[in-house]
Design a protein around this ligand. Structure first.
Ligand code: SP5
Ligand code: ZN
Length: 348
């Protein structure tokens, strides 16, 4: 299985994020995550780690707003030229609650306009890392479009919380959505998000489209981040009505392998009925029982079973890395998840 990976993520290493109550805490979404996954993949006999191709900005503009991309591209330089006291990371303290149509001129004003929380810190290497991450997803999509049965985009930063014009939840560009949108030119696409958190950005991006079925299985947003999307009654709008589905699960130890797999089966039935040409998975490993952010209890064996059942759909599949913060278990869980999907070329 081809694994698309770029070293560019290393320069995206924010010195902190801000937790509930204002606590500055070491950045959980850190470069070590990738080293753990790479080490585990190198021990398999099926992973072929390769650099992504550069697809340029066009497939990114097809999903994201140009003003937002300009902000990501220039904000670090502007931050350094600003009068802020502590310039270790660009992070605003105000947010655009129910956006005013006027985008502010001020850098911090724009930062709050384009961010949804205090975890999408921008540092010098953020934009380059985000572009490389999206190129990993596009390269994996291209490999699958060219006949690979599956390909893995080892993306960092992750993407599923990023919307058309906002960053949040460690995400800047929505890698899985960029890949799904690129694939949608070739036929219907299903995008299944198994990260512990609702893929709010993905939901927003495809909400009014019927050619990309989006499904997210996640902790009930009434009790868990990102709080403002991911409810069961959100099913798409306009032409997209009926083409989005959320499976909110109780964020507690009661949500174990059995409960998770029954939600997965329901999601897989919807995908079968939709008969897509391609499948994209937003693969977050924070569903794992010992994840520091996740509160549900899926075991490593459960994660292996999820991969097996997705593989049984026999669809050309792009797997995109999202969250997962138990670094010690991350390599093992990613390999467990991918092992069934790492088969040979698909027919046709
Ligand atoms: C890609 C991804 O998984 N992003 C997740 C971002 C979640 N940020 C939520 C931070 C909530 C802080 N609460 C911390 C409690 C730790 N005990
Ligand atoms: Zn997550």
């Amino acid at each position: 299985m081809k694994v698309y990976y770029s070293e560019a993520h290393r320069k995206h290493e924010p010195p902190f994020e801000v937790f509930d109550g204002g606590l500055r805490t070491p950045y959980l979404e850190n470069p070590d995550r990738m080293d753990r996954i790479l080490n585990a993949l190198r021990e398999t006999d099926w992973a072929e780690i390769v650099a992504p191709q550069d697809f340029g900005l066009e497939p990114i503009y097809a999903v994201h707003d140009k003003g937002y991309i300009d902000f990501l591209a220039s904000s670090w330089t502007e931050w350094l030229a600003s009068e802020a006291e502590d310039k270790s990371a660009l992070l605003p303290a105000t947010f655009a609650l129910r956006r005013h149509p006027q985008k502010p001129a001020s850098l911090l004003g724009r930062a709050g306009y384009y961010m949804m929380d205090l975890s999408a810190c921008i540092v010098e290497g953020t934009y380059a890392a985000a572009l490389a991450s999206a190129n990993c997803a596009l390269s994996a999509a291209q490999a699958v479009a060219n006949g690979e049965r599956s390909a893995f985009a080892l993306c960092r930063p992750p993407g599923h919380h990023a919307g058309k014009d906002y960053a949040g939840g460690y995400c800047f560009l929505n890698n899985a959505s960029v890949a799904a949108n690129w694939l949608s030119a070739k036929g219907k696409v299903a995008l299944l998000d198994i990260d512990y958190h609702c893929g709010n950005g993905t939901q927003d991006i495809f909400y009014d489209r019927s050619d990309v079925l989006t499904i997210s299985i996640h902790a009930d947003p009434s009790f868990e981040y990102p709080y403002y999307a991911g409810y069961a009654d959100e099913t798409g709008s306009g032409a997209g009505l009926g083409f989005h589905k959320n499976f909110p699960l109780e964020p507690s130890a009661g949500t174990n392998d059995t409960r998770y797999l029954s939600a997965l089966e329901a999601a897989l039935s919807l995908i079968r009925e939709f008969t897509p040409e391609h499948l994209v998975i937003s693969a977050g490993m924070d569903i794992y029982a010992d994840d520091p952010l996740g509160k549900i209890k899926v075991s490593s064996e459960g994660i292996r079973e999820i991969g097996k059942r997705i593989s049984a759909l026999q669809l050309p599949t792009v797997i995109v890395m999202e969250g997962g913060y138990n670094n010690e278990a991350l390599g093992r869980n990613v390999v467990a998840y991918l092992s069934a999907l790492a088969g040979r070329h698909h027919a046709g």
